[in-house]
Design a protein around this ligand. Sequence first.
Ligand SMILES: Cc1ncc(COP(=O)(O)O)c(C=O)c1O
Length: 491
Amino acid sequence: MSTGFAITNYPDADMVTAQLDALIKKPIYSIGRDALDRYEREYFDKKCSSSKAMIAEAKGAIPGGVQHNLAFNHPFPLVITKAEGAYLYDLDENKYFDFLQAGGPTVLGSNPPEVREKVIALLEDGGPSTGLFHEYEYKLAKKICDSVPSVDKFRMLNSGSEACMAAIRVARLATKKKNIIKMGGAYHGWSDQLAYGIRVPGSKGTQAHGVPGYLFRHTQEFFPNSISSLKRQLRLNRLRGGTAAVFIEPVGPESGTRPLSKDFNKEVAELCRQYGALLIFDEVVTGFRIGMSGAQGYFDVRADLTVFGKVIAGGYPGAGGLGGKDEYMRYLAAGIQTGDKIHRALVGGTMAATPLSCVAGYYTLEEIEKTKACEKAGAMGDRLTAGLQKLIEERHLPFVAFNQGSICHLETVGTMHFSINWNKPWTIPKVINETSIRKKEMEYMGAAYMAEGLVTLAGSRLYTSAAYDEAMIDKALEAFERVFDQVEEII
Ligand SMILES: Cc1ncc(COP(=O)(O)O)c(C=O)c1O
């Protein structure tokens, strides 16, 4: 039966959390050192020598050799030259299953011809941008408004980070309140105010190097999946300027790495109403991946503002935007302003909403809807996860696999399941040390997957797309099996 959504079996958050709690108390199991050494010498050094040479040169021009963390890989990043459907190919002509999916946007798979042909036609006609209005700005906005019930209007921006920044300004103008609360561990881009509580709940501003501490005066975090912790913060804020907004990644921090109970979002929505705060759903990953109406459609929640990114430009550049109810979207500056005289937020960007990003986004969303891509990608996620769980069980490994449709998690070390407790400051150095040891092991696992022909997100997250079929997933599982067979207790 068609549900329209990627998720068929919502994970039992309490059960997964208990498994992850147990995982981080156990010894670390990771790819055996002999196997890792063999992969480094026989795969990376021999079979990826062109990538190795290019990255060595790139280090002279690019800090760290790559422009963003997604591309990082142990022992060196691979140079990708071709992407097609569920496959990636590197400079040395090695072929991989793509479970990174460009970090999430390519729900249809890479480079679908239905979108590419429209992009090429647009480029031939008018090039990528003119600075003036283009019909696809309207078509994309209309498509998003028609698909997501809480979105009356849509403002296109360049990235998810920018859209989160815009959302904060709108929320403060609309509520006349100051504070922003986010879930610990969640990622809402790299802007100053939201570089707070990233990855590790309770980490506050400790990872925001270069951001003055006073910028976090009005940002707070609450513990994932804890309504009481959110309530406490909302109550506290009543005495210090009120809460303008609560930011939520609707399947949980870091795209559901810490899963949320199914009714959690509804409870957050209720609290937001009670305390007069706007509910901001960050659907950068979940939008048009969980379903055409987003995760909010799946959870049956109406967000006040919705942050979009990634898929809304179909993997092409310029992927970000803010949508929401008319009563809030009127706080955005630009264009023909009618109605009350109110202060409006300055947002924008020369390259925001180029015809290129809008045409790519529009046909991507059309194609996702037409082909039921969210459901198809979700079914592939279910198959992959069930296969991984079986492999783990058969080998009595402590690993944890679960999924929210096409967002699959393979936790081998539980790096992101730690948290920082400021009431016990003596434990903080131990937590930081433990997470960095485990992160390294996750990278080694990522390298082993890569050498077996599997591109993952940082060795622990796997996005599936509609370009997969069952036989491909089964083939990918055979490659995971080869890695799991070489896992040992390391520490
Ligand atoms: C949930 C979420 N919000 C915001 C962002 C930031 O989006 P961008 O990388 O387009 O700035 C990301 C990026 O991964 C994300 O996963």
